[in-house]
Design a protein around this ligand. Structure first.
Ligand code: AMP
Length: 219
């Protein structure tokens, strides 16, 4: 199964993807995580991507499609995939169809997570992530037990530089102009498109997400 998660920054796509994969298996592919790793490792891709990411702009489509092609080439073609934060433009969606076709696969499901903008801004401003294990906490909704320390591995918690208010505003604008048109795009695609409200407790979002995919209802 190939699933695409759509929805604005801060809506909880990563959280929901990780929960699903932890319990049913498959691979979570977050282009944001792959790019941050490339930046940390100082690769050519990381050096090119950093400036776009710092401003909250999109990294060019060709770089992203190369990244996805390379990543998929290392994977078993039977493994289920949940794409999070990809595709983000119509050109990426069309590129993905081509890449998947090469490995005789296609997109099966598209799930759109929805929440109002004031809620997204609150979530993004409270988000903190562990520099060691990548676990994500939220000061407003899921605070770490000790301030500034990861509850999983005791690593340091930091705020992503692109979660600063001005960058957040730009990321939301970029989502509306370049990524939201994918909802219309996938409405006339063979994949099925479902909408899930992200304005409910995390477990309930997960239940609604699974119901949308037609898979088991236990969290
Ligand atoms: P995310 O972690 O998904 O919020 O992504 C963080 C940043 O990485 C975005 O603001 C973009 O600069 C970049 N990025 C992640 N995924 C993509 C993508 N599919 N296309 C272009 N840029 C991306």
């Amino acid at each position: 199964m190939v699933v695409i998660l759509l929805g604005p920054p801060g809506v909880g796509k990563g959280t929901q993807a990780v929960r699903l994969i932890d319990s049913v298996g498959g691979e979570h592919i977050s282009t944001g995580d792959l790019l941050r790793e490339a930046c940390r490792d100082g690769t050519d891709l990381g050096l090119e991507a950093q400036g776009f990411m710092d401003k909250g702009d999109l990294v060019p489509d060709l770089l992203i499609l190369d990244l996805i092609r390379d990543h998929l080439s290392t994977m078993d073609s039977e493994t289920s995939i949940v794409f999070d934060g990809f595709p983000r433009t119509i050109a990426q969606a069309e590129g993905l169809d081509g890449v998947l076709l090469d490995v005789t696969r296609g997109v099966n499901e598209v799930v759109v997570f929805e929440a109002p903008e004031d809620e997204l801004i609150k979530r993004l401003s409270g988000r903190r992530s562990c520099t060691d294990c990548g676990a994500v906490f939220n000061l407003h909704f899921d605070p770490p037990t000790s301030e500034g320390e990861c509850g999983r591995c005791a690593g340091p918690l930091v705020q992503r530089s692109d979660d600063q208010p001005d960058t957040v505003k730009n990321r939301l604008r970029v989502y509306e102009s370049q990524t939201a048109p994918l909802i219309e795009h996938y409405s006339s695609h063979p994949a099925s498109l479902k909408r899930v409200s992200a304005v409910q407790p995390v477990n309930d979002v997960q239940l609604a997400f699974r119901a949308a995919l037609g898979i088991g209802l236990t969290v």
